[in-house]
Design a protein around this ligand. Structure first.
Ligand SMILES: NC(=O)c1ccc[n+]([C@@H]2O[C@H](COP(=O)([O-])OP(=O)(O)OC[C@H]3O[C@@H](n4cnc5c(N)ncnc54)[C@H](OP(=O)(O)O)[C@@H]3O)[C@@H](O)[C@H]2O)c1
Length: 239
């Protein structure tokens, strides 16, 4: 496998590690983010800052298709995700369900990734490629044994369903583009930081370890995985 990797939501800890890994493997690497380019990234990574928000998606709708046409990425990762806000914590009980917090979670975890897919849809129909949308195992109904985290779980469950729906639509017109949601495993990033204190030894992955695992998932992504929720080891998870 060689070519071009595009990471949307590239400021994420996992997204940055994917970009670095792509460069190490001799790939072209493009990151798109609301944030300015992190100083730590190697200079060969192309970085596009797109200042979009809920009220104004025009910049995104114009620029993303142009980036796809210019660089022709074969692998795309969509990395957006939000577990909690500084002012609104992930819910331990339904009593903590908050309109603003739930709305923000829905926006970042579900709508932004799906709007990205919508924006690059024409490209996905033209160019065979592999699309991995970062989700979470806690978005699996079947896997939910612990409860809590109402908004994050529900938004990721919606994302899993919407990506499966997109996979079905895609398959009608382009049988060589594959898309799946993927659980990256617990990884040492800003998102996970408040929840990693009591983890058993060995359960917390570095971003570099997770990037390598996700790279392997992308390498082995095949028709049978189209629309599935995958674990970091490539195995399918129940919805
Ligand atoms: N870390 C873990 O243990 C873990 C476990 C399970 C699943 N995941 C999933 O893996 C993915 C990457 O997570 P991470 O741990 O690398 O997270 P992170 O470092 O906290 O990165 C946050 C990501 O969310 C985006 N984002 C945050 N607020 C946003 C907003 N208001 N509007 C649009 N985008 C926003 C950022 O995009 P910009 O670059 O545009 O700012 C960035 O891509 C997420 O989908 C997360 O749910 C992570």
């Amino acid at each position: 496998m060689s070519g071009c990797l595009l990471v949307l939501g590239a400021s994420s800890g996992i997204g940055q590690a994917l970009l670095q890994l792509a460069v190490e493997k001799g790939w072209q690497a493009i990151g798109v983010s609301r944030q300015a380019r992190p100083a730590t990234l190697v200079s060969s990574i192309v970085w596009q800052q797109l200042d979009y928000h809920q009220q104004d998606l025009q910049a995104l709708e114009q620029t993303l298709p142009e980036i796809c046409l210019q660089y022709q990425p074969q692998v795309l990762f969509i990395c957006h995700g939000l577990l909690q806000l500084a002012e609104v914590k992930a819910e331990k009980t339904i009593r903590q369900l908050d309109v603003a917090g739930a709305g923000r979670s829905w926006w970042v975890n579900y709508l932004v990734p799906m709007l990205h897919l919508k924006t690059i849809w024409s490209y996905l129909l033209q160019q065979p490629c592999k699309v991995l949308v970062l989700s979470a195992k806690v978005g699996s109904n079947t896997d939910n044994q612990l409860g809590g985290w109402y908004s994050y779980r529900a938004a990721k469950a919606a994302l899993n369903m919407a990506v499966k729906t997109a996979a079905i639509e895609l398959q009608r017109q382009q049988r060589q583009t594959w898309i799946a949601t993927v659980h990256p495993g617990t990884t040492d990033t800003l998102l996970a930081a408040p929840f990693t204190k009591n983890l058993p030894v060995g359960q917390l992955q570095t971003t570099a370890e997770t990037a390598l695992r996700l790279w392997q998932v992308a390498e082995h992504l095949q028709a049978a995985d189209h629309g599935a929720l995958l674990n970091w080891d490539g195995k399918q998870l129940p919805y």
